[in-house]
Design a protein around this ligand. Sequence first.
Ligand SMILES: [Zn+2]
Length: 242
Amino acid sequence: MQPQNHFYQTLLHRHSQDESDIVEHCLLCFQNVHKQEDIFHYVKRSSFLCGACRKQLEPLCKSTKLDSLQLSMLYRYNDFLESMIFQFKEGRDIALRPVFFHEVMQELNDKFRQYAIVLMPSSKEKMLERGFLPVREMLQACKLEIIEPFYKTSNHKQSLQNMQNRALISQVIQRRSDVSLPQKPLLLVDDVCTSGSTILCAYRKLLPHTYKIEALVLAAHPLFVESCDEKGLLKRMRFSIL
Ligand SMILES: [Zn+2]
Protein backbone atom coordinates (compact mmCIF):
# COMPACT_ATOMS: atom_id res chain seq x y z
CA MET A 1 0.00 0.00 0.00
CA GLN A 2 1.34 3.44 -0.92
CA PRO A 3 1.48 5.92 1.96
CA GLN A 4 -0.65 8.96 1.24
CA ASN A 5 0.94 12.15 -0.09
CA HIS A 6 0.16 13.82 3.19
CA PHE A 7 2.92 11.77 4.86
CA TYR A 8 5.51 12.97 2.41
CA GLN A 9 4.39 16.54 2.85
CA THR A 10 4.67 16.20 6.61
CA LEU A 11 8.09 14.66 6.31
CA LEU A 12 9.33 17.31 3.90
CA HIS A 13 7.90 20.02 6.06
CA ARG A 14 9.99 18.89 9.01
CA HIS A 15 13.13 17.99 7.01
CA SER A 16 13.49 14.31 6.43
CA GLN A 17 15.22 13.10 9.55
CA ASP A 18 16.46 9.74 10.52
CA GLU A 19 15.66 8.51 14.03
CA SER A 20 19.35 8.43 14.86
CA ASP A 21 19.77 12.14 14.04
CA ILE A 22 20.16 14.73 16.73
CA VAL A 23 17.26 17.11 16.21
CA GLU A 24 17.40 20.82 16.87
CA HIS A 25 13.70 21.34 17.25
CA CYS A 26 11.07 19.49 19.23
CA LEU A 27 9.02 17.32 16.86
CA LEU A 28 5.83 18.36 18.63
CA CYS A 29 6.06 22.10 19.39
CA PHE A 30 8.97 23.05 17.05
CA GLN A 31 10.74 25.02 19.79
CA ASN A 32 14.42 24.47 20.50
CA VAL A 33 14.81 20.89 21.73
CA HIS A 34 16.85 22.16 24.72
CA LYS A 35 13.97 24.26 25.99
CA GLN A 36 13.58 23.40 29.71
CA GLU A 37 15.96 20.50 29.14
CA ASP A 38 17.15 18.53 32.14
CA ILE A 39 20.85 17.78 32.53
CA PHE A 40 20.43 14.08 31.76
CA HIS A 41 18.89 14.63 28.36
CA TYR A 42 21.27 17.51 27.63
CA VAL A 43 24.29 15.28 28.21
CA LYS A 44 22.71 12.35 26.40
CA ARG A 45 22.03 14.69 23.44
CA SER A 46 19.28 12.44 22.24
CA SER A 47 15.73 13.57 22.42
CA PHE A 48 12.92 14.25 20.01
CA LEU A 49 10.84 16.28 22.45
CA CYS A 50 11.90 19.44 24.25
CA GLY A 51 12.03 19.40 28.04
CA ALA A 52 8.77 21.33 28.27
CA CYS A 53 6.85 18.74 26.22
CA ARG A 54 8.54 15.75 27.87
CA LYS A 55 7.60 17.05 31.31
CA GLN A 56 3.95 16.61 30.37
CA LEU A 57 4.45 12.88 30.00
CA GLU A 58 3.83 10.91 33.20
CA PRO A 59 6.17 7.92 33.38
CA LEU A 60 4.44 5.05 35.11
CA CYS A 61 7.15 2.38 34.86
CA LYS A 62 4.98 -0.27 36.47
CA SER A 63 4.16 -3.81 35.55
CA THR A 64 1.18 -5.97 36.35
CA LYS A 65 -0.13 -9.45 35.67
CA LEU A 66 -2.91 -10.32 33.24
CA ASP A 67 -3.49 -14.00 33.94
CA SER A 68 0.10 -15.19 33.89
CA LEU A 69 1.20 -12.55 31.38
CA GLN A 70 3.55 -9.86 32.68
CA LEU A 71 2.50 -6.49 31.27
CA SER A 72 4.83 -3.46 31.49
CA MET A 73 3.33 0.02 31.20
CA LEU A 74 5.53 2.97 30.29
CA TYR A 75 3.30 6.03 30.76
CA ARG A 76 0.00 7.02 32.25
CA TYR A 77 -2.53 7.78 29.48
CA ASN A 78 -3.03 11.47 30.26
CA ASP A 79 -4.50 14.25 28.10
CA PHE A 80 -1.11 15.21 26.70
CA LEU A 81 -0.24 11.70 25.53
CA GLU A 82 -3.78 11.15 24.25
CA SER A 83 -3.57 14.24 22.06
CA MET A 84 -0.06 13.38 20.83
CA ILE A 85 -1.21 9.86 19.88
CA PHE A 86 -4.29 11.35 18.18
CA GLN A 87 -2.13 13.78 16.19
CA PHE A 88 0.09 10.90 15.10
CA LYS A 89 -2.61 8.35 14.27
CA GLU A 90 -5.62 10.30 13.10
CA GLY A 91 -3.79 13.47 12.00
CA ARG A 92 -1.29 11.18 10.24
CA ASP A 93 1.60 13.18 11.65
CA ILE A 94 4.06 10.41 10.96
CA ALA A 95 7.07 12.60 11.82
CA LEU A 96 6.16 12.01 15.46
CA ARG A 97 6.87 8.29 15.23
CA PRO A 98 10.21 8.25 17.13
CA VAL A 99 8.96 10.16 20.18
CA PHE A 100 6.85 7.42 21.75
CA PHE A 101 9.27 4.58 22.57
CA HIS A 102 12.49 6.60 22.31
CA GLU A 103 13.27 6.57 26.03
CA VAL A 104 13.25 2.75 26.16
CA MET A 105 14.40 1.89 22.64
CA GLN A 106 17.94 1.06 23.67
CA GLU A 107 16.72 -1.18 26.47
CA LEU A 108 14.27 -2.81 24.10
CA ASN A 109 17.01 -3.52 21.58
CA ASP A 110 19.45 -4.78 24.24
CA LYS A 111 17.43 -6.60 26.89
CA PHE A 112 14.91 -8.09 24.49
CA ARG A 113 17.24 -8.89 21.61
CA GLN A 114 16.26 -12.58 21.78
CA TYR A 115 12.55 -11.69 21.49
CA ALA A 116 10.26 -11.11 18.55
CA ILE A 117 7.69 -8.33 18.82
CA VAL A 118 4.04 -9.19 18.23
CA LEU A 119 1.78 -6.34 17.09
CA MET A 120 -1.92 -6.07 17.83
CA PRO A 121 -4.12 -5.87 14.74
CA SER A 122 -5.78 -2.78 13.26
CA SER A 123 -9.03 -3.14 11.38
CA LYS A 124 -8.80 -3.17 7.59
CA GLU A 125 -10.84 0.06 7.47
CA LYS A 126 -8.46 1.88 9.80
CA MET A 127 -5.44 0.57 7.95
CA LEU A 128 -6.84 1.84 4.63
CA GLU A 129 -7.87 5.14 6.16
CA ARG A 130 -4.49 5.82 7.76
CA GLY A 131 -2.26 4.09 5.26
CA PHE A 132 0.06 2.87 8.02
CA LEU A 133 0.14 0.68 11.10
CA PRO A 134 0.79 3.12 13.98
CA VAL A 135 2.69 0.86 16.39
CA ARG A 136 4.91 -0.51 13.62
CA GLU A 137 5.86 3.09 12.79
CA MET A 138 6.45 3.91 16.47
CA LEU A 139 8.89 0.98 16.54
CA GLN A 140 10.76 2.05 13.43
CA ALA A 141 14.09 2.25 15.33
CA CYS A 142 13.56 -1.16 16.90
CA LYS A 143 15.96 -3.85 15.71
CA LEU A 144 13.88 -6.82 16.85
CA GLU A 145 11.91 -9.00 14.49
CA ILE A 146 8.31 -7.73 14.30
CA ILE A 147 5.44 -10.01 13.40
CA GLU A 148 1.71 -9.46 12.83
CA PRO A 149 0.03 -12.80 13.49
CA PHE A 150 -3.49 -11.35 13.96
CA TYR A 151 -6.24 -9.66 11.99
CA LYS A 152 -9.39 -7.87 13.09
CA THR A 153 -12.76 -8.95 11.79
CA SER A 154 -14.46 -5.55 12.20
CA ASN A 155 -13.75 -1.99 13.25
CA HIS A 156 -14.25 -2.58 16.95
CA LYS A 157 -13.57 0.65 18.82
CA GLN A 158 -12.79 -0.75 22.20
CA SER A 159 -12.74 2.43 24.26
CA LEU A 160 -16.38 3.02 23.28
CA GLN A 161 -17.53 -0.39 24.45
CA ASN A 162 -18.62 -1.38 27.90
CA MET A 163 -17.00 -4.17 29.86
CA GLN A 164 -19.53 -6.76 28.76
CA ASN A 165 -19.00 -6.05 25.09
CA ARG A 166 -15.30 -6.32 25.52
CA ALA A 167 -15.78 -10.06 25.94
CA LEU A 168 -16.58 -9.97 22.23
CA ILE A 169 -13.06 -8.89 21.46
CA SER A 170 -11.95 -12.50 21.40
CA GLN A 171 -14.16 -12.95 18.35
CA VAL A 172 -12.89 -9.73 16.77
CA ILE A 173 -9.21 -10.65 17.00
CA GLN A 174 -8.32 -13.66 14.93
CA ARG A 175 -5.09 -15.56 14.38
CA ARG A 176 -3.73 -15.48 10.83
CA SER A 177 -3.07 -18.98 9.63
CA ASP A 178 -0.35 -17.83 7.19
CA VAL A 179 1.92 -16.34 9.90
CA SER A 180 3.83 -18.84 12.00
CA LEU A 181 5.38 -17.91 15.31
CA PRO A 182 9.18 -17.76 15.52
CA GLN A 183 10.88 -20.18 17.90
CA LYS A 184 11.79 -17.51 20.43
CA PRO A 185 10.26 -15.48 23.29
CA LEU A 186 7.59 -12.98 22.30
CA LEU A 187 6.91 -9.42 23.42
CA LEU A 188 3.37 -8.22 22.71
CA VAL A 189 3.37 -4.46 22.10
CA ASP A 190 0.46 -2.03 21.91
CA ASP A 191 0.05 1.73 22.22
CA VAL A 192 -2.82 2.12 24.69
CA CYS A 193 -4.13 -0.33 27.27
CA THR A 194 -7.71 0.52 28.26
CA SER A 195 -8.90 -2.65 29.98
CA GLY A 196 -6.15 -5.10 29.06
CA SER A 197 -8.63 -7.23 27.12
CA THR A 198 -6.95 -6.86 23.70
CA ILE A 199 -3.52 -7.88 24.97
CA LEU A 200 -4.98 -10.67 27.07
CA CYS A 201 -7.01 -12.02 24.18
CA ALA A 202 -3.95 -11.92 21.90
CA TYR A 203 -1.91 -13.70 24.57
CA ARG A 204 -4.46 -16.50 24.89
CA LYS A 205 -4.56 -16.96 21.15
CA LEU A 206 -0.77 -17.37 21.05
CA LEU A 207 -0.83 -20.22 23.54
CA PRO A 208 0.55 -22.81 23.67
CA HIS A 209 3.81 -21.10 22.73
CA THR A 210 6.68 -22.93 24.36
CA TYR A 211 8.80 -19.78 24.84
CA LYS A 212 8.23 -16.94 27.28
CA ILE A 213 5.62 -14.29 26.42
CA GLU A 214 5.60 -10.76 27.91
CA ALA A 215 3.75 -7.57 27.02
CA LEU A 216 4.58 -3.88 26.82
CA VAL A 217 2.22 -0.96 26.34
CA LEU A 218 3.13 2.66 25.76
CA ALA A 219 0.29 4.00 27.88
CA ALA A 220 -2.16 2.62 30.41
CA HIS A 221 -5.53 4.17 31.16
CA PRO A 222 -5.68 5.61 34.72
CA LEU A 223 -8.72 3.46 35.58
CA PHE A 224 -6.89 0.33 34.52
CA VAL A 225 -3.86 1.34 36.63
CA GLU A 226 -6.17 2.04 39.56
CA SER A 227 -7.87 -1.36 39.27
CA CYS A 228 -4.46 -3.12 39.21
CA ASP A 229 -3.42 -1.08 42.22
CA GLU A 230 -6.54 -2.10 44.14
CA LYS A 231 -5.78 -5.74 43.44
CA GLY A 232 -2.20 -5.19 44.59
CA LEU A 233 -0.84 -6.24 41.21
CA LEU A 234 1.50 -3.33 40.50
CA LYS A 235 5.25 -3.62 40.80
CA ARG A 236 8.31 -1.99 39.29
CA MET A 237 8.88 -2.94 35.69
CA ARG A 238 12.01 -4.00 33.81
CA PHE A 239 12.25 -0.79 31.78
CA SER A 240 13.47 2.51 33.13
CA ILE A 241 12.58 5.97 31.88
CA LEU A 242 14.70 8.80 33.22
ZN1 LIG B 1 8.25 20.68 22.66
